[in-house]
Ligand binder design. Sequence first.
Ligand code: URA
Length: 191
Amino acid sequence: MTKQQELENLNKKWFVECQCELKKTATQAVSGDGNGDAEIVFVGEAPGRSEDEQGRPFVGAAGKFLAEMLSKINLKREDVYITNIVKYRPPNNRDPLPEEKRSCREWLLEELKIISPKLIVFLGRHAMNNFFPELQISQVHGKLLIKSFKGISTKYFFPLYHPAAALYDGSMREILIADFKKIPTILKQKM
Ligand code: URA
């Protein structure tokens, strides 16, 4: 079976089994999307309105900015895999609650296990704190983190500010773009 097929089966299973309370208010689940053989997986927070409508992650304004940054390092969406820690849109885009993150966590871990990327890039503090609860995004954005987690083979993690937070904040935007441009060097040097 290819990784793509494994991911399809995984998502079919979790569409049924996921116990997340957000299922009651969301239009549909937004599972991960992209290349199952990717070297890089981007992990965001939760779907917004456009993602909830279309059933794909990062297709709204933040997604356009993400695609723009990918093109700066000569990558397209189809080259990477993009997912979220929470697979259902929280009402009015509020922050996901701890129990909502917990209900979707196993789904995310199984995705990461199948893809087994070289590098996991966190888009924003929610994604990073899901794995590194003790860290502050303002202190570690753009720095490579190395750690082993039970069940996933990836050891390299790279936290970034969330593209939505940087969309309308010029200085954060510049920082995010500069951090993003470090990705090819990290891949080359470390892996
Ligand atoms: N923000 C996220 O964190 N994820 C999405 O899919 C869209 C916006």
